[in-house]
Every structure is written in structure tokens, then in C-alpha cells.
Design a protein around this ligand. Structure first.
Ligand code: SAM
Ligand code: SF4
Length: 436
């Protein structure tokens, strides 16, 4: 029996897909190379932005055609959109075999068991589980180099635009001991890099009474032999402390990259978004990072066209981006999401204005990235080779500690190795180098 998993959305979702793959492997399934070879297809969904939902329904519609030809094919929908709109999905597509939201994912093994005995079970959409999912012992990871490790799930911040607290539930941290065990197991299996995942890693707090904070957790992960690099996402500016900056500075295995979503450069919009920091406070934290860790790579998420965003508000975002000179941004047009506070506000910025602002922001960012990347030509970086280059099938790619993507000539034997690479050319999104 073979399985195929589609993933929509963020790294959290990718990691959830790894969890689902592990459950299926435990149950005796093996991965299929193509959907047409699969006996079970899972569509792991996202609902953070409205656009993705249309893509999900299109995908499901296409998969259901496969099911018409192959009656035994099992199709399940999981993830945030399943949590949010499980009933609607079932109503629109009753041919699906099951729908399991993010807060019921603990039930995947039981659902798979019941499918085994040909008992199709519709999820009852009961209240969410409060526990963090328990991980199968043979965890299936997509990358041979980087192990993603959940340190916390859910979120308590309720930013006014964001659906995450509703679909992923309240914040709960995983016991430090369990996290460290998982990282050690990954190190034994040869993983060089660990990516610690949470919606707001800065508020991590070990629930098992010994009070480990995020900084303490980082230091404990740093002590694990075999792990050469530690990354973490996402940091929330309101909880981003000076101690963390010092820790990034002082511990060499902690990568010199911080993803610090700003969302807007206007204090008025930040307030409406419920972000609980001001433009000035944010910029102060950027200043700490640049001062203490001179080669730091900084990235952010930015939303344009939030309700009531005037041209002046948007220009404040533009000025902030010029001032920070990010190494990368993820930028989005605001889309109203059900259940959130902001969806009660009129979506006042016309679609065409949102589009223009997004383009202006992205063009500015492209220029900044190109300029910054060009200044790196001639420098040597330590690169962890982690895949085949998208630009050239005969080349490899990897990342520097500060998260620059570097392509270079090399064979598969170099995968997972830390290499010194000299930059010879720069584009806006990636660098090209030679191994030295
Ligand atoms: N927890 C992280 C944080 O606080 O930044 C990231 C959460 S969310 C999965 C990823 C990004 O999606 C957010 O940072 C935000 O920029 C964007 N996003 C969330 N809700 C959105 C909405 N309704 N419209 C547009 N973008 C949105
Ligand atoms: Fe959403 Fe805000 Fe929580 Fe991030 S911090 S997940 S944007 S509510």
C-alpha cells in the first residue's frame, strides 16, 4: 500500500506532513512517487490566506476524478483548512474519506486503522485535543540534512487578521526533555541542522516544571554533538529579548539569521493589527541585532492593504523596509479570514490598490536584495549543502549561516557537508559560488 501527501502552506504544515508520513510508514505504507500510484492520498491544507483555499478545492476536485477511476483510493483532508471548514468540505465533497483538522491530528493513526478494516469513519469534529501530538518512533523527514522539530504548537496572540489561534488552538509548549531527545535522535541519524518550530518561539516555556526558557532550550540544543546548525522560526517582536540576541551572537552553532515579522511600518496599522509593539520598538530590536551580530541575516513577513491602510501608512512600511534592508521578505495582500477580529472591519483597500502596493514593495525588496547580494561577491561562506540546485541540475545548493541560498558545482557526495564556498556571482534571490 502506498501513500502520497500534498502540502499547502508554511513550514509548520510541512512538518505536520512529515508526521503524517511517519504514521503511514508505521502502519506499513510506503511513499508513492506519483499520485496515480497511491492507495491513500492526504491533502494537508492551510487557510492562513484566502487564495490557498481556492487552490485546495481545485486540487481536491482533480483528485476526486482519480477516485472515480479507482474506487479503492482513499482521500483524506487534514490541516488548518480542514479544522476551519471541515463541515463545508464534507458537504461539498462527500466522496472524501475523512477530514481531520489540526486539532484532531492525534487521531490519524486510529483513522488509518479504521480504514484498514474498511470502516470508513467520518471525523466527528469534536473539540480539539489539548495535547501536542505524540510522535511515532520512526519519524519520516523530507530533508536528509535539516530536521524540523516542533517546540510549541498554537498561538495566544490573536493578531486581529490571523486565523492561526482558531485553527491551531491555544499555545502549548512541548517538554524540553522530549525536544532534546528528538534532536539527539536526529543527530544520531546524521542530521546536521535542526529547525525549531513554533508560532512564537520566544514565549516557549517548558511545561514540565523546570522552567526552561527559549534561550535555555537553545543552549541545551547547542550542547548536542553532531548538530552543527540551529535555526528557529518564528520570533514575535513583542517577545524578542536582548538575551536572545546575545545568545545568537555567542553560540556559534546558532545560525546568524532571524525571521522577525513586522507586518507594517505604521503605528496606526500595527495597533489595529493587535501586534503589541510600535515601529520604534521594532526598529530598536533590529538595531540590537545589527550591532551585536554584524553579519546577521534578517527577514520578515509584511501585509499590505490591511483595512484603513492609507497611502501614508503604506509609505511608512516602504521607509521601514528601506531602513532595515531585509535579506528577504514574505509579503502578502491582506485577505479577511473568518473568526478574526479584522474580518469585522470593512476591507477598505481596493484589490487593485493592494496589488499595486504589493508590487511596489516587492520591487523595492528585489533591488535591496540584489544590491546586498552583489556586495558579497568575492567573500567565502560556510555552506551546508542540502539539495540539487534549482538553477542547474548538475549543481548543488545550500545555505549560509545567515540564510543566503548559494548554488555551486558539486556531486551528490557533498550533500549534508559543510563546505567553504567563494561567491563569484550574485542574483537578487541567490548566489553562485565555487568550492574552495
Ligand atoms: N506566527 C508568525 C508571526 O507571528 O509572524 C507567522 C504566522 S502566519 C502562518 C504567516 C504570515 O501570514 C503572517 O506573518 C502574516 O504576514 C501572514 N498572514 C496571516 N494572516 C493573514 C491575512 N489574513 N492576510 C494576509 N496575510 C496574512
Ligand atoms: Fe498569527 Fe499573530 Fe499568532 Fe503569528 S503571532 S500566528 S500572526 S496570531
Amino acid at each position: 500500500m502506498k501513500f502520497y501527501i500534498y502540502t499547502f502552506g508554511c513550514q509548520m504544515n510541512e512538518h505536520d506532513s512529515e508526521y503524517m508520513a511517519s504514521v503511514l510508514l508505521e502502519k506499513g505504507y510506503s511513499p508513492a512517487e506519483k499520485e496515480s500510484q497511491a492507495d491513500i492520498i492526504l491533502v494537508n491544507t492551510c487557510c492562513v490566506r484566502e487564495k490557498v483555499e481556492h487552490k485546495i478545492f481545485t486540487k481536491l476536485g482533480r483528485l476526486l476524478k482519480l477516485k472515480k477511476k479507482n474506487k479503492g483510493l482513499i482521500i483524506g483532508v487534514t490541516g488548518c483548512f480542514a479544522q476551519l471548514a471541515g463541515e463545508e468540505i464534507k458537504r461539498r465533497m462527500p466522496q472524501l474519506d475523512f477530514v481531520l483538522g489540526t486539532q484532531q491530528i492525534n487521531r490519524l493513526p486510529a483513522v488509518i486503522d479504521s480504514l484498514h478494516s474498511l470502516l470508513k469513519e467520518w471525523d466527528k469534529m469534536l473539540k480539539g485535543d489539548k495535547q501536542i501530538k505524540s510522535f511515532p518512533c520512526r519519524f519520516h523527514r523530507r530533508s536528509p540534512v535539516q530536521a524540523m522539530v516542533t517546540i510549541m504548537e498554537g498561538c495566544n496572540n490573536f493578531c486581529s487578521y490571523c486565523i492561526v489561534p482558531f485553527v491551531r488552538g491555544r499555545e502549548r509548549s512541548r517538554a524540553a526533555e522530549e525536544i532534546l531527545r528528538e534532536v539527539k535522535e536526529a543527530a544520531v541519524k546524521g542530521y546536521k541542522e535542526v529547525l525549531l518550530l513554533g508560532q512564537n518561539v520566544n514565549s516557549y516555556f517548558d511545561p514540565s516544571n523546570n522552567g526552561t526558557s527559549f534561550v535555555n532550550l537553545l543552549i541545551k540544543v547547542h550542547q548536542i554533538d553532531g548538530i552543527e546548525r540551529i535555526r528557529f522560526v518564528t520570533s514575535h517582536p513583542k517577545d524578542f529579548a536582548y538575551k536572545l540576541v546575545e545568545t545568537v551572537r555567542d553560540y556559534p552553532k546558532i545560525c546568524k539569521h532571524v525571521h522577525l515579522p513586522v507586518q507594517s511600518g505604521s503605528n496606526k496599522i500595527l495597533k489595529l493589527m493587535g501586534r503589541k509593539y510600535s515601529r520604534e520598538e521594532y526598529l530598536e530590536k533590529i538595531e540590537w541585532l545589527k550591532r551585536e551580530v554584524p553579519d546577521i541575516g534578517i527577514s520578515a513577513d509584511i501585509i499590505v492593504g490591511f483595512p484603513d491602510e492609507t497611502e501614508n501608512d503604506f509609505q511608512q512600511t516602504i521607509k521601514l523596509v528601506e531602513e532595515v534592508e531585509y535579506d528577504g521578505i514574505y509579503s502578502f495582500k491582506y485577505s479577511p479570514r473568518p473568526l478574526t477580529k479584522a474580518c469585522q472591519y470593512p476591507d477598505s483597500v481596493p484589490e487593485e490598490v493592494k496589488g499595486r502596493r504589493l508590487m511596489e514593495l516587492q520591487e523595492l525588496q528585489k533591488r535591496i536584495q540584489f544590491r546586498k547580494n552583489q556586495s558579497l561577491v568575492g567573500k567565502v561562506f560556510e555552506i551546508l549543502a542540502d539539495g540539487v540546485s534549482k538553477k542547474d541540475p548538475h549543481a548543488l545548493c545550500g545555505r549560509s549561516s545567515n540564510n543566503k541560498i548559494v548554488n555551486f558545482r558539486g556531486g551528490p557526495e557533498l550533500m549534508g557537508k559543510l563546505l567553504q564556498v567563494k561567491i563569484i556571482r550574485a542574483g537578487p534571490n541567490s548566489l553562485f559560488g565555487e568550492k574552495v
